[in-house]
Design a protein around this ligand. Sequence first.
Ligand code: BES
Ligand code: MN
Ligand code: ZN
Length: 506
Amino acid sequence: MKISIAKKTPESCKTEALIVGCHEDTVTSLEGAARRLDKKGGGLLSRIIDIGDFTGKLNKTALVYTEGKLPSKRILMLGLGPKKEITREKIRVAFAGAARTLRESRIRSFSLSLDFGNDTLHLDESTSAAVEGMLLGLYRFETFKTARTDPPDVSSITLIADDPSSAEMARKSLHEARIICDAVTLTRDLVTTPANEMTPSKLADTARQAGRSKTLSVNIIDATAMKRIGMNALLGVACGSAQPPKLIVLNYQGGASKSAPVVLVGKGVTFDSGGLDLKPTSGMETMKDDMAGGAVVLSVLKAAAALKLPLNLVGLVPSVENMPGDRAYRPGDVLRSLSGQTIEVVNTDAEGRLILADALTYARRFKPALLIDIATLTGACIVALGDHLTGMLGNDDSIKDLLKNASETTGEALWELPLWEEYDDLIKSDVADMKNAGARSGGAITAALFLKKFVGETPWVHLDIAGPSFLAKDKGYIPKGASGVGVRLLLEFLKQRSQDANGSHS
Ligand code: BES
Ligand code: MN
Ligand code: ZN
């Protein structure tokens, strides 16, 4: 989809449809682009308002045919609610809805005015929110559809800015928003691609492709190298599958050569059958999604390089398929992890923490300034927080605060759970240093306590995205299915952190 900026006035814009945002409290007086269009169009918009068909209520729309009174064939009035209550998240949702309404009418090319009379948000904030909402809301995955989809995809969107300085600012916002949305789209595509196509090797190939950009270097550690260095927790999980495991290592150097990197680790289980502790039918159906954390890390590294963020970043994606079979690891097996600690496997379905254990140990080789892992780790996190919240646990309050800030900006809600040390008793083993699962209750916490044993003193935060990574229903600008949750959150976190770090050095 093409998306561009045009420096012109809304009333001179020749287009199939022009989206014009209107606030509820100023709807009768009309402001910004709406006012100018109304004047030029001889009261086209105010007539709709007068008869009560449009009030500016959030997410409500009215489609107005201009009958030759304006160069644009249609105006889509878009309600943005009360001016003071506007947020970026509301703009994302509203513009996603507007864009989808136009697509439903089979309109393939449309424009929107960036001047929706707003002083609560900066133009760069409202521009990127509108662009994100439209690009993410129009997302569809059609790789495996052989028939042409109806309504067809939108092919071009034009953002109208009428003075040079706002056009310039919009250009910058659009450039960034585009890179960020491409990263979300990549994650959604990788997650949606079924497990018969998206194997660990295929995920590694995708990473290699991203590595062609020169600013990102990619290294794949295969099973032979894993055996040599002793990644036996990861190898244990991989045993049951015909698909060889891969550890994807991505490296982006955007900061000073000596500055310690941020290391991101993402769970890359391309299919989680549960292993010998086989999942029931209902629990297995969406388990192609179990590499969502890994897809996030890959996409974030790619976008960070494209955005030229001023920091050093390492991405690690341990990738395996968890399958039963005559070679599969068994309940009761003891695995000697890369860290040297031994793990009794009491449940082969608690595989994520095993592969993360070795990846987190490996991460320490990079002497990270901080470590964040992101994983579809536990059903227990969904029980605790529901389908829409990311669970956050970790040993470092300042990282958690920064992540909370970032989450408010991006609308990817998260909630902290306690890393409650007393529950460590639940994962004590009779035969090894620990076991890989505790009781049913408190499962998101015991999983994080397990991971903690592999990070040492490194400042670390764990994000459990089991709930929000895959949605059963459409939600605002997230069509049902793979959401790409975590991509915008981590990019915003990295952006804010590099701003803070560079600010404090000068
Ligand atoms: N991949 C699952 C967690 C999951 C569940 C993600 C539902 C998305 C939706 C993970 O590997 C798993 O199976 N966890 C088990 C752990 C248990 C055996 C200790 C769980 O949560 O049931
Ligand atoms: Mn599992
Ligand atoms: Zn899993």
